[in-house]
Ligand binder design. Structure first.
Ligand code: THU
Length: 134
């Protein structure tokens, strides 16, 4: 990999500092690495109507895919205000699984020296795409 897990976590922290989260006060950053070696980042963006809120992971994924970079090999997510390594929500797992079965998800909280890893298949087993053979 062009970047280490720790470097991707650092990119995610930088992105999380741009979080727009006045309602939850819960800043999240994400950084993903594509097969071509590029990094795309995202932060969570909230809304006063609540439901339009988008997680950091999906912002990063949509930025990458909209630049024709959908081969995601690793995605780091950091909850800057979180006391434990933050796992992606179900919606973000679904979106990531659309583009990669093997992506490594790297999860961290405010103490970035402690992180967990899992593949998207671990986080979202029995995905319908397995049957559709897409
Ligand atoms: N959030 C993320 O950005 N990623 C996650 O993995 C969990 C939750 C955001 C959504 C919302 O802005 C805030 O964190 C509180 O749920």
């Amino acid at each position: 990999m062009k970047y280490t897990y720790n470097e991707l976590i650092d990119f995610a922290v930088e992105a999380g500092r741009k979080s727009y989260s006045p309602y939850s006060q819960f800043r999240v950053g994400a950084a993903l690495l594509t097969a071509s070696g590029n990094v795309f980042t995202g932060c969570n963006i909230e809304n006063r109507s609540y439901s339009p809120t988008v997680c950091a992971e999906r912002v990063a994924i949509f930025k990458a895919v909209s630049e024709s970079e959908s081969d995601i090999i690793a995605l780091a997510v950091v909850g800057l205000d979180c006391d434990y390594p933050l796992p992606p929500c179900g919606v973000c797992r679904q979106v990531l699984s659309e583009f990669s079965k093997n992506a490594v998800v790297i999860m961290a909280g405010r103490d970035t020296s402690v992180f967990k890893t899992a593949t998207i298949s671990d986080l979202l087993p029995f995905d319908a795409l397995d049957d559709l053979k897409v």
